[in-house]
Design a protein around this ligand. Structure first.
Ligand code: SAM
Ligand code: SF4
Length: 335
């Protein structure tokens, strides 16, 4: 096969979206993502920024058009702005979009440079507008710092999408405040169902599980929801609020299985390629990267992995227990 032919998986899905986790570290310890005393990987196990660049470049050559940088918290990795600067050379040369998912804590420092590197949009995770609740959820985070970061992103001309993990008994009473705030500030808004990741005492996750079907019903009590056909090849489905024109996304791995249109794969900071967020199968890309300067073994390893991308995940809460649970933390694959 032509070593540069585009990546198509066994279910005829073209792989055009790569998420790269550049670190497992984070300055927060969100309760649904990490335990308070995380053991992070030894630095030697991490891909260097040069290796991450080679790897991303190989994927772009194989047809990836969208690159999302994540973590852990991507903006705490030392030298990460150099990585963004180098990755930006692919924009318009195969790559349509370079973007990131961040907790927002470092955006005051980096927003302007990100914009200068061609980043146009940023996803910021923010589950509450209440400072105390924010401190409880993130353990180490402080709300004003994140709000300043979001403001800096907006001032730098970046479009901001706020990602909210829907947590019953935690932020369900803020639904309309979050919608209103995002409307006022001009931010897009997406809700995410909490997923059973990591050994975090997932009984709590199940207690906090707030199905987005319920959240949607609550929204519909106050707004007229117009279903939008728009799909990004990703898991989100969108509605528009007729009264305000706002677009709201729902990521519902549990109440609606979205795998059929999955166009994405994920690479961890150690160079493991996960073909599905909800399955254990993975391929090691670090060995072919470190085998030498030739990228052909790397491309072959990528192709072999895509050839076994599974049809979908097996998360299931429907029997009131957590099935299909993953033992790795979300910070490992970057969400
Ligand atoms: N640190 C960055 C951030 O928080 O945006 C990027 C990495 S974080 C792992 C990516 C996303 O995963 C965040 O939006 C976070 O809320 C989400 N996440 C983490 N654990 C989750 C879980 N158990 N269920 C659902 N979403 C989760
Ligand atoms: Fe850090 Fe993001 Fe995980 Fe929170 S969700 S602990 S900010 S990686």
């Amino acid at each position: 096969m032509d070593s540069q032919a585009p990546l198509i998986d066994p279910f005829a899905r073209p792989i055009s979206y790569l998420r790269v986790s550049v670190t497992d570290r984070c300055d927060f310890r969100c309760v649904y993502c990490m335990s308070e005393h995380m053991q992070f990987l030894p630095k030697a196990e991490l891909l260097t920024l040069e290796e991450l660049d080679r790897l991303s470049t190989a994927f772009v050559q194989l047809g990836v058009r969208k690159l999302r940088i994540t973590g852990g918290e991507p903006l705490v990795r030392r030298g990460i702005m150099g990585f963004f600067r180098r990755a930006s050379r692919h924009l318009g040369q195969g790559l349509d979009e370079l973007t990131l998912t961040t907790n927002g804590s470092q955006l005051t420092r980096h927003a302007a440079e990100l914009a200068d590197c061609g980043v146009r949009r940023v996803n910021v995770s923010l589950d509450t507008l209440d400072p105390e609740k924010f401190a409880q959820i993130t353990r180490w985070g402080r709300l004003p710092q994140v709000l300043d970061g979001i403001r800096a992103a907006k001032d730098a001309g970046l479009r901001v999408k706020i990602n909210v993990v829907a947590l019953k008994g935690v932020n369900d009473n803020e639904l309309f405040d979050l919608v209103q705030w995002c409307g006022d500030e001009g931010h897009d808004l997406t809700f995410i169902e909490v997923m059973p990741m990591g050994d975090l005492g997932n009984e709590d996750r199940l207690d906090q599980y707030w199905p987005l079907s319920d959240l949607r019903d609550r929204l519909a009590e106050r707004f007229t929801l117009i279903n939008l056909a728009e799909r990004t090849g990703g898991p989100a489905r969108y509605v528009q609020l007729a009264q305000t024109g706002q677009k709201i996304g729902f990521i519902t791995p549990l109440t609606h299985n979205f795998c059929e249109s999955c166009n994405r794969v994920r690479v961890t900071c150690t160079g493991e390629l996960f073909m599905c967020l909800g399955q254990e199968d993975r391929a090691d890309l670090r060995a072919p990267l470190r085998a030498g300067a030739d990228d052909e073994p790397l491309r072959q390893a990528i192709r072999a992995a895509i050839a076994r991308k599974p049809k979908g995940h097996d998360f299931d809460y429907s029997r009131q227990k957590v099935d299909g649970q993953m033992t790795r933390h979300m910070s490992h694959t970057g969400g």
